[in-house]
Design a protein around this ligand. Structure first.
Ligand code: DQA
Length: 149
């Protein structure tokens, strides 16, 4: 099972960026952890990070018919990006949204997610472990097959 994990803007700054909210571990540590979890779960994983909205849209489009699932932390684009929502709907790949922090307990502007309008599930507030839970969902084949909403 092929899974694409996408991380959005400023997540490459993990470890430096607001450690009180996002923790002290680096982005490299997150990627290493995701690869290790994927291996344990026998998932074939590709990782992508970009700070640029259009590049994320391009990567989602390139995933069309190539992946069984997408795990995405769209970071700040969560709250603004109709373009990322539309790209996910276009490729119709089952998607799980992940946030390190609990966006529902933060500022009002973080409490709305465009991506949640498409995602099968949104996992927030578990830190790195949220990506593990998302991968487990796919490994357990909870969301198999494309579905257009
Ligand atoms: C985030 C939450 C977003 O509101 C924020 O803009 C981020 C990270 C999270 O993982 O908690 O960059 O997606």
């Amino acid at each position: 099972m092929k899974i694409l994990v996408i991380n959005g803007p400023n997540l490459n700054m993990l470890g430096i960026r607001e450690p009180g909210i996002y923790g002290a571990q680096t982005f490299e540590a997150l990627e290493a952890q995701i690869r290790a979890w994927a291996q344990e779960l026998s998932l074939d994983v590709d990782l992508y990070q970009s700070n640029v909205e259009g590049f994320i849209v391009d990567r989602i489009q390139a995933a069309y018919q190539k992946y069984d699932g997408i795990v995405i932390n769209p970071a700040a684009y969560t709250h603004t990006s109709v373009a990322i929502l539309d790209a996910l709907k276009a490729v119709a790949i089952p998607t799980i949204e992940v946030h390190l922090s609990d966006i529902n307990q933060r500022e009002k502007f973080r409490q709305f997610s465009y991506i949640s309008l498409y995602a099968k599930e949104t996992i927030c507030g578990l830190g790195f472990e949220g990506y593990h839970v998302a991968l487990e969902h796919f490994a357990e084949k909870r969301f198999v097959g494309p579905e257009i909403v």
